[in-house]
Design a protein around this ligand. Structure first.
Ligand SMILES: Nc1ncnc2c1ncn2[C@@H]1O[C@H](COP(=O)(O)OP(=O)(O)OP(=O)(O)O)[C@@H](O)[C@H]1O
Ligand SMILES: [Mg+2]
Length: 148
């Protein structure tokens, strides 16, 4: 469990992940509305070189980034508005995964089986303020998690 005392800490954790991700990786971001999922993604994208604040992909659903905007191709995805797993087929996530790193908010909109090989992060608000972050770590992330 990692304590994230404030927004800056969430951004820093995202930035630390930027040094570890590779194309083909999936990082899922779970947690209630306002838990800090987009904040973490913003920290990661900024550390990959994105100028300006990444928009929340709530309406676009899939927002892609590629060099030279970011140092590596990334797809920032928000499945909140997906209410039928079949709709997700049309998003072409499997194709995107061939050359992008996928950051997925609201992954539970699809079946859990879709993300078993991803780094599965969960953000929860704590009463004192701040957030706690927990991770489910697949074999491909065992040597990389937690970021130092
Ligand atoms: N560690 C933290 N402590 C306190 N506030 C935080 C922390 N991390 C992020 N926040 C704040 O939480 C708020 C919501 O963050 P964010 O938009 O990233 O949530 P989200 O999980 O993406 O929500 P949604 O489900 O609506 O997409 C922002 O105001 C952000 O500054
Ligand atoms: Mg969000």
């Amino acid at each position: 469990m990692i304590r994230l005392a404030d927004e800056a800490a969430t951004l820093r954790l995202g930035a630390a992940l930027a040094g570890l991700v590779r194309p083909g990786d999936v990082i899922t971001l779970s947690g209630d509305l306002g838990a800090g999922k987009t904040t973490l993604a913003r920290g990661l994208l900024a550390a990959l070189g994105l100028a300006g604040e990444a928009p929340s992909p709530t309406f676009a659903i899939v927002q892609t980034y590629a060099p030279p905007e970011t140092s590596m191709p990334v797809a920032h995805i928000d499945l909140y508005r997906i209410d039928n797993p079949d709709e997700a087929e049309e998003l072409g996530l499997d194709d995107l995964r061939h050359d992008h790193c996928l950051l997925v908010e609201w992954p539970e909109r699809l079946s859990a089986a879709a993300w078993q090989d991803g780094l599965r992060l969960r953000l929860q608000a704590v009463n004192e303020g701040g957030r706690r972050l927990t991770a489910e770590v697949p074999p491909s992330w065992e040597a990389r998690w937690p970021p130092t």
